[in-house]
Design a protein around this ligand. Structure first.
Ligand code: NAD
Length: 259
């Protein structure tokens, strides 16, 4: 019996085989979870997500389009989830977006109002929007997990408005944990070290960040994305039944040192 046997979950945020969401999904399914996969609407994205799942030996997966910036799209997704799964035990929110033009070292001060609002809408508000719709399906309690980065705590070159969004995201995790805790719903965040994904490549300073972490982190290396997947199983499963409102670092220890 796996750690997630008889549990049903939604995993938002697979774009390809590098996505953190894919590594979480792979580990969750290996532990017995039944998962559904919302994807950013578009035929090309649907094909990529389906191929990622099939190549990773998750055939015939349940996919549904969802733009987390669109309330009607979220309503449509959760109506379909209720029909398909009846209840949910966990949700993985592995979604973020900011205009890459402003994810360059030296460009934070130039961030236009619209780019700032869009980054916080897609990367932060969406967590509340998802949690609100998941709550009625989590009548037996549940676990909601989002993804953050150390740029929430310290200024990282080029991370800019995304760092501000991650600070707001970690704070939102605490507020949601307080409000959903009485219903047995836990809300946590995994703060992952840098991984070479599509989104990470949009950050202008990513190569410098990877080099610095490898040189200075207590483990003297960058993390493997699979290590985020393994830690996610802990936060999604009963192993972490007493943990909520937490930001858990999976970053080879980089957050623990003075740099
Ligand atoms: P990724 O590009 O593979 O995943 C980002 C996902 O967000 C994609 O699947 C994309 O389709 C989705 N998305 C963007 N806008 C959306 C919208 N409006 N509606 C629905 N989906 C939307 O990159 P990733 O690195 O796996 O990112 C996943 C999460 O991990 C993000 O929150 C990211 O900030 C976080 N994170 C990444 C790193 C890293 O170094 N890669 C480190 C720490 C945290």
């Amino acid at each position: 019996m796996g750690l997630l046997a008889n549990k049903a979950g939604l995993v938002f945020g697979i774009a390809n085989e590098r996505s953190i969401a894919w590594h979480i999904a792979r580990n969750a399914v290996a532990q017995g979870a039944a998962c559904g996969f919302p994807y950013l609407p578009g035929e090309k994205m649907e094909r990529r997500v389906r191929k990622t799942l099939e190549d990773g030996r998750i055939p015939d997966a349940w996919l549904h389009p969802c733009d987390v910036a669109d309330d009607a799209s979220l309503d449509d997704l959760f109506a379909a989830v209720a029909r398909r799964f009846q209840r949910l035990d966990f949700v993985v929110h592995s979604v973020a977006y900011a205009d890459r033009e402003y994810l360059q070292p030296g460009r934070f001060v130039d961030t236009p109002r619209a780019a700032f609002a869009q980054a916080l809408d897609i990367s932060v508000y969406s967590l509340l929007a998802v949690a609100r719709r998941a709550r009625p399906l989590m009548s037996q309690g549940g676990s909601i997990l989002t993804l953050s980065y150390y740029g929430a705590e310290k200024a990282a070159p080029g991370y800019n408005v995304m760092g501000v969004a991650k600070a707001a995201l970690e704070s939102s995790v605490r507020y949601l944990a307080v409000e959903l805790g009485p219903a047995g719903i836990r809300v946590n965040s995994l703060s992952a070290g840098p991984c070479r994904t599509l989104s990470a490549m949009a950050v202008g300073g990513i190569d410098d960040i990877l080099t610095k972490v490898e040189a200075a982190a207590p483990l003297r290396r960058n993390i493997e994305t699979d290590e985020v997947g393994k830690a996610a199983v802990y936060l999604l499963s009963e192993l972490s039944s007493g943990v909520t409102g937490e930001t858990h670092h999976v970053d080879a220890g980089y957050h623990a040192i003075v740099t």
